[in-house]
Design a protein around this ligand. Structure first.
Ligand code: NAD
Length: 308
């Protein structure tokens, strides 16, 4: 796929950096944006302007979009002068936006009736990642099409994962963001209490960075060795011990009048799990309560596909 014509729609905070990296990797690129000013750098680097998504699609074998959300994705793909109006049989539309899995699945069907492929490939890594080419790209859709696209995707992302059928890339991205923003809320509880209790902010941040959570141990070490394998015995750290730690933090929170909704929820989860008789097992055993509430969903990996 080295001599393909690329189209790129949506050169905003994320799209501009991604598009420039595609151009730098030697691809011929046509661009379009509702605001032409945002395409200036790409045009200076040799990209060609198209007046509409339809015109861009007519000139492109692979069309990328990086748009604010579902409303814009729908308008550009099937609205007036849309990608659908211009796309050829065999061409591919790859949506990099964070959008709706249901929408992209429906659009996949619509485009299939024209013989065109649709992939969802949302990204993570922010503007800095878009500029430096260090983005995670989560790609759903036909696997053969993914394999054909891989070299183009690697021109602007350093961690490219094929996630399964259409829509699964978006599901992974939404789960990533729910987790990431939830962590930020939790972190703000620890930071406000720590500072109010008298610790220097820089020292507190340094300690949290250097601790297990800050080093990424949850996803890379502890989960793969316990929860994701369903292994809670022997415990790496007993649930009663972990509950003691959260309980002491909440005692400090009461002393300093700092509300800690997420930490309180954590304490309640741990206490419920202890009341099930799980106190001597590994602390992550309390996560089984969420699996139960989710409708007995088991989240497990085997030793073979271990991610640690
Ligand atoms: P942005 O608003 O900066 O860029 C969107 C671009 O789309 C703009 O240039 C805008 O003019 C253009 N656009 C809007 N409607 C259009 C239309 N109808 N036709 C043509 N062009 C149109 O947004 P962004 O921050 O670059 O985000 C793009 C996508 O990437 C979003 O879905 C966002 O959730 C996701 N994302 C953003 C970040 C981030 O840190 N900014 C990180 C990861 C993912």
């Amino acid at each position: 796929m080295d001599h393909i014509n690329i189209g790129f729609i949506g050169l905003g905070n994320m799209g501009a950096g991604m598009c420039l990296n595609i151009i730098k990797n030697g691809y011929k690129v046509t661009v379009h944006d509702i605001n032409k000013d945002s395409a200036v750098s790409a045009l200076e680097m040799g990209a060609v302007w198209a007046n509409s998504p339809k015109e861009l699609a007519q000139k492109s074998d692979v069309i990328f979009t990086s748009l604010p959300g579902p409303k814009e994705v729908e308008a550009v793909s099937v609205g007036e002068q849309s990608i659908l109006d211009g796309i050829d049989e065999g061409s591919i539309w790859v949506d990099l936006s964070t959008s709706s899995p249901n929408l992209i699945q429906a659009l996949h069907e619509t485009f299939a009736s024209k013989g065109a492929k649709v992939m969802d490939a949302p990204v993570s890594g922010g503007v800095t990642g878009a500029e430096s080419g260090r983005l995670a790209i989560m790609v759903g859709g036909d696997e053969e099409t993914f394999n054909n696209l891989k070299s183009v995707l690697e021109s602007f992302g350093d961690r490219v994962t094929y996630t399964g059928p259409i829509g699964t890339g978006t599901i992974c991205k939404l789960m990533n963001n729910a987790f990431q923003y939830g962590m930020e809320v939790l972190l703000s509880e620890s930071l406000t209490l720590g500072v109010k209790a008298g610790v220097n902010t820089q020292k507190l941040v340094e300690c949290l960075r250097n601790g297990g959570g800050g080093r990424g141990n949850i996803l890379n070490v502890t989960f793969p060795q316990t929860y994701l394998k369903g292994k809670f015995d022997p415990p790496r750290f007993k649930l009663t011990g972990a509950q003691k730690d959260v309980s002491l933090a909440l005692e400090l929170a009461r002393q300093h009048d700092v509300p800690m909704a997420s930490a309180t929820h954590t304490y309640n989860e741990m206490t419920s799990a202890i009341n099930r008789g799980w106190g001597d097992l590994d602390s992550r055993v309390s996560l089984l309560l969420q699996e139960e509430r989710a409708g007995n969903i088991e989240v497990r990996i085997t030793d073979e596909d271990d991610v640690s």
